[in-house]
Design a protein. Sequence first.
Length: 49
Amino acid sequence: EIIVSAGHKISLDTAKNVVLTLSKYRIPQPLWLAHSIAKNLSNKVHYKL
């Protein structure tokens, strides 16, 4: 869940569009990156077995 609000000289729709445009993934990037690294390591371990 992402909470977006209107601010000084920016409407709610514009704020929402900026956030969605700058957000590459639906979850925060640090969490996505950690998941991606863990998934890659898991695949390597399973491949070696």
